[in-house]
Design a protein around this ligand. Structure first.
Ligand SMILES: CC(C)(COP(=O)(O)OP(=O)(O)OC[C@H]1O[C@@H](n2cnc3c(N)ncnc32)[C@H](O)[C@@H]1OP(=O)(O)O)[C@@H](O)C(=O)NCCC(=O)NCCS
Length: 313
């Protein structure tokens, strides 16, 4: 079923047999079956409902050949702080095509539907936080990408010798791009999340720090993620956020802690000085700007991404 690329148009029905349409909440089974056959990380209908039918504005496009489900692509709208403006980003989530139908143009059709919907909703840019397959595929669709630094620190026998007081705010802190997270977003992302339990660490101010603790089911060893440290203007507050998160994990006898940071950012420099190193595991930020007023979004050193910006953590 090789689709003639010349016949691919950005309409919902691309030829006689392939249809692209949003899945209903009752059709979660299509999504779950294909995801769970492909990935070790299992999804269920609770996740589907939470991600695509609650908050923020989202949907999941499915591709069908008559009644046969071939794959799908989720999309979610979110506001991004871009210098002094708030702009709209369409975030692509959970793209997957059934292994028997990959490389036949189905993913391409889904990206057309994704982009069309995003434009209708006034998105200024599209992003996908992808794996390496997604990166290769999206680079063919005019997305630019940059590797996300996944940072790790082994906590066992690790004495934090760094005197953070000596480290003053010499590090260049341009106005970074970051997702705007209101109270409703925090509730949706961390309290209502059906997959993971998070813990909020209270700092004596507005900064919210979220961490996730998990145990390897086989070895029973504990690992931790610093999922979100917020966006402190004050550098010592940001340092405190990381130190407090680490102290929490030390109390829980965690073996190793991971988090995200882009190089050249303050967050990255703080983590490096605290003894975090880059992991080999690869993920990418893929960006396609729709409104060229915002072409600086291709300047990846200006993004401040948190693990919580991805659906995976
Ligand atoms: C990645 C994926 C969504 C792409 O969908 P698809 O239907 O296979 O892609 P298409 O057939 O529309 O491919 C469009 C182009 O991208 C290329 N491409 C697709 N997947 C690729 C891959 N893994 N590596 C390199 N190139 C790839 C195709 O060769 C094609 O190139 P061409 O235009 O030069 O012919 C699909 O292969 C998939 O589901 N993979 C497994 C799940 C996964 O890793 N998802 C990404 C999560 S971020």
């Amino acid at each position: 079923m090789k689709i003639d690329k010349n016949s691919i148009k950005s309409s919902n029905k691309v030829n006689k047999t392939i249809t692209i349409r949003p899945l209903t909440v009752k059709e979660a089974g299509f999504f779950i079956e294909i995801m769970n056959n492909y990935y070790d990380r299992k999804k269920n209908s609770e996740y589907f409902k939470w991600q695509y039918f609650s908050y923020p504005k989202s949907l999941y496009y499915g591709a069908f050949d008559k009644d046969k489900y071939l794959g799908g692509f989720g999309i979610q709208l979110q506001k991004l702080k871009y210098h002094d403006r708030k702009i709209t980003i369409g975030k692509g989530l959970d793209i997957i095509i059934h292994p028997n139908f990959q490389k036949k143009g189905i993913g391409t059709l889904l990206t057309f539907a994704f982009e069309k919907w995003a434009k209708k909703n006034n998105a200024d840019a599209l992003i996908v936080l992808s794996n390496n397959n997604g990166r290769k595929f999206l680079s063919k669709k005019n997305y630019q990408n940059h590797m996300i630094n996944q940072m790790e620190k082994k906590l066992k026998n690790n004495i934090n010798k760094v005197n953070l007081q000596q480290f003053h705010s010499k590090i260049r802190q341009n106005k970074l791009f970051y997702f705007i997270k209101d109270k409703k977003w925090y509730t949706w992302r961390f309290i209502q999340n059906p997959e993971y339990k998070y813990r909020q660490i209270d700092l004596s101010n507005k900064l919210k720090v979220y961490v996730k603790l998990f145990k390897d089911p086989k070895t029973q060893e504990s690992f931790g993620d610093i999922v979100d440290v917020g966006h402190a203007k004050n550098i010592s507050l940001l340092k405190k956020a990381y130190v407090e998160a680490e102290n929490y994990f030390k109390e829980k006898s965690v073996l190793s802690v991971t988090t995200w940071a882009f190089s050249n950012t303050r967050n990255y420099e703080i983590l490096r000085r605290m003894g975090y190193v880059e992991m080999a595991k690869q993920r990418f930020l893929c960006v396609k700007v729709l409104n060229h007023e915002y072409n600086k979004l291709y300047n990846f050193g200006l993004w401040n991404l948190m693990q919580s910006d991805s659906e995976v953590y």
